[in-house]
Design a binder for this molecule. Sequence first.
Ligand SMILES: NC(=O)c1ccc[n+]([C@@H]2O[C@H](COP(=O)([O-])OP(=O)(O)OC[C@H]3O[C@@H](n4cnc5c(N)ncnc54)[C@H](O)[C@@H]3O)[C@@H](O)[C@H]2O)c1
Ligand SMILES: N[C@@H](CC=O)C(=O)O
Length: 513
Amino acid sequence: MILYRLNTIGHIVKGNSSSVIMNQLRKLSHLHLIKQRAYVDGKWVGASTEKVFQVSNPANGEILSEIPDMNEKDVEAATKAALTAFKKWSNIRPYDRSKLMRNWFDLMVKNQETLAQIITLEGGKPYAESVAEVNYGNSYIEFYAEEAKRINGEIISGTQPTKQYFVTSNPIGVVGLITSFNFPLAMITRKLSAALAAGCTCIIKPSTDTPLTALAMAELAHQAGIPKGVVNVITGSHGSNASIVGYLCSNPDVKGISFTGSVEVGKIINERCAPNIKRVCLELGGNAPFIVYNSANVANAVQSAISSKFRCSGQACVAPNRFLVQDGIYDCFIENLLVEIGKLKMGDGSHKDVKVGPLINVAQVEKIRHLVEDAVSKGANVLIGGRKAPLVGDLFYEPTVITDIRETMHIYREEIFGPVISILKFRTEEESLLVANQTDLGLAGYIFSGDINQIFRVSKELEVGMVGVNEGIISAAEIPFGGIKSSGIGREGGHHGLREFLDYKYICVGNLN
Ligand SMILES: NC(=O)c1ccc[n+]([C@@H]2O[C@H](COP(=O)([O-])OP(=O)(O)OC[C@H]3O[C@@H](n4cnc5c(N)ncnc54)[C@H](O)[C@@H]3O)[C@@H](O)[C@H]2O)c1
Ligand SMILES: N[C@@H](CC=O)C(=O)O
């Protein structure tokens, strides 16, 4: 029998190894971007303790890889590397930063199929969605490679004739980028590309559930010629997250933290960063209303509901959470919705025709189960689904529609993050706004209406950072993505996203004649 082991740069080679899962490595060895090491200072490294943790495929539980379970000592090494690299990276010509980012973009495009396969393997989303994520994620690299050349200062016209005021834009320094499992590529490129363009160096801490995509991206950044120490990826198990992230938040050499994840962890990060007055950008959870008014095009509203709700099995921060449907079209909307849901095939995302993959882990499945059971116990009606799908796999939950949602139910206020459509009927526009805004969260909101006056009125009143009008997919590299209320602080994407990684410096030249 041929045995395989990892060489010092994390590639699979023939030889003896006791720590890796041989069958899986053999099966995956054609995916040359699957790594078993973290990436620090331009090198592929293990944890200082040599501890590892397993990454598995949520569709079938198969172990995909074992990767380093790092600790504070490992993060310290990454921080030192990023600090050393910052001196050079922040001072090279923006055109040179742009060129290196463009090289990275080209390699990401060239390897898009392998990247998409890795996303499906570790995250479970249907392959077509993974390809869409790679394209979407790459668009941030392309966008910010161009923006890197346009980070300009200002000359301000003053009232005092003997003084001239200048403002320069400068990178804030080393930054920690901590990301969620659900978009393992795009949530990183959205942060990393803006940070690199601004001249910052980075320590990336990908989700414990989906670190392989991040490591594959690091390999391509390495091949693109991005200098050592500029991009570092550290990995950790669920048990190590608090200490790894805690170190990044409290080390004064790390000047900013950009976090994408739950409100719960976002609050911890905000608290940990406060003593050092550290810059934070928090992209947190949502509770999006999806309001369908009587004048809406129902066919469009139904198609948009399907595409925005079932993307990543409902595990998207901007996924609609509460469907508010006006009484005049309520029956018609539901009838059409059920027909479309009946067409959705559930299964392993690597199989053709699968539209709904697994949830990421047992905790997520249990959360959905509890939310639906609580709603049903308080009077909600299940029209379709409403249960786990053990015959498909342990982490599958059936696409579900429940109606008669009330304020007392947990599902009314909490982010569902699963394939469950919860519906309320309303009569007046005033009532719809009252319900839509009755939440602490304010990420996205959707309006379906044929009345232009209503569209402007409701867009203005919705307490959210982003509004989709007659449209369920609103993300793009060039727009400011982010929320208000407890959904976060700051924006990612567009020229706005650069500001999270820049400081202004005002220079006054005085005593001029
Ligand atoms: N607003 C946005 O742009 C956006 C985008 C994607 C996801 N999200 C939100 O992310 C959440 C789902 O993602 P998730 O389950 O990966 O979130 P999460 O908060 O559990 O994890 C996010 C990151 O923090 C790490 N982490 C987990 N527990 C930690 C702890 N105690 N201390 C320090 N770090 C910890 C994780 O490993 C991961 O890297 C949802 O609420 C979703 O709405 C928001
Ligand atoms: N789906 C969002 C990320 C949140 O999950 C996006 O489109 O960027």
